[in-house]
Design a protein around this ligand. Structure first.
Ligand SMILES: Cc1cc2nc3c(=O)[nH]c(=O)nc-3n(C[C@H](O)[C@H](O)[C@H](O)COP(=O)(O)OP(=O)(O)OC[C@H]3O[C@@H](n4cnc5c(N)ncnc54)[C@H](O)[C@@H]3O)c2cc1C
Length: 151
């Protein structure tokens, strides 16, 4: 079940969103088991913990005082397509200019650094941890068969 309405608050249009999350017992994906359903209320339901989703949540977290987010991804950790990259793949631009505003993706001091896949994924994990620490973000991973929305 999925519902939306909206209001203007602190110059930001805030959508009130409700979503039912169906959770199947771990390790059992047969039709014989019934999921438990949990109703989560949030201001924003963000689909995808890649660069776009992470930047969106990071910006609004820091521009508002009490906005809440449910961030979902079918993968088990943030970072989006970088989770699928070969280990030798690196950024095309210097690390300094990449990532969310609140956390610098640092390279080696004094060098123009192009972060590796591993560095980028570690970075997004750190960013997510800080988001979760605010208490305003819930991250649901591996959501492919878990979250259902009906308008
Ligand atoms: C080799 C390489 C180097 C790059 N270098 C740079 C660079 O230097 N600077 C730069 O700015 N950009 C760079 N980019 C591009 C940049 O990384 C991407 O544009 C950006 O990461 C895309 O982020 P995204 O969140 O839009 O998409 P993605 O990274 O694809 O993330 C989307 C996420 O949404 C999830 N998702 C999608 N649909 C659903 C669903 N229905 N339910 C649950 N989850 C869902 C996916 O699992 C995924 O995790 C580079 C790209 C590559 C390939």
């Amino acid at each position: 079940m999925f519902g939306v309405d909206g209001e203007v608050s602190n110059d930001v249009y805030v959508f009130r969103t409700w979503c039912f999350v169906f959770v199947w017992p771990k390790g059992n994906n047969t039709a014989n088991t019934s999921p438990t359903a949990e109703l989560l209320e949030t201001d924003y339901l963000v689909v995808g913990a890649g660069a776009s989703g992470m930047v969106f949540v990071d910006e609004l977290l820091h521009r508002t005082e009490d906005t809440t987010f449910v961030l979902i991804d079918r993968l088990s950790q943030p970072g989006g397509h970088w989770n699928h990259a070969y280990s030798f793949v690196r950024l095309h631009q210097p690390s300094y200019f990449y990532g969310v505003n609140s956390e610098l993706l640092e390279g080696e001091k004094g060098k123009i650094d192009y972060a590796s896949k591993h560095e980028i994924l570690t970075y997004y994990e750190k960013v997510l941890r800080k988001m979760l620490d605010t208490g305003r973000v819930v991250f649901l991973s591996q959501t492919r068969d878990m979250v259902r929305f009906n308008r």
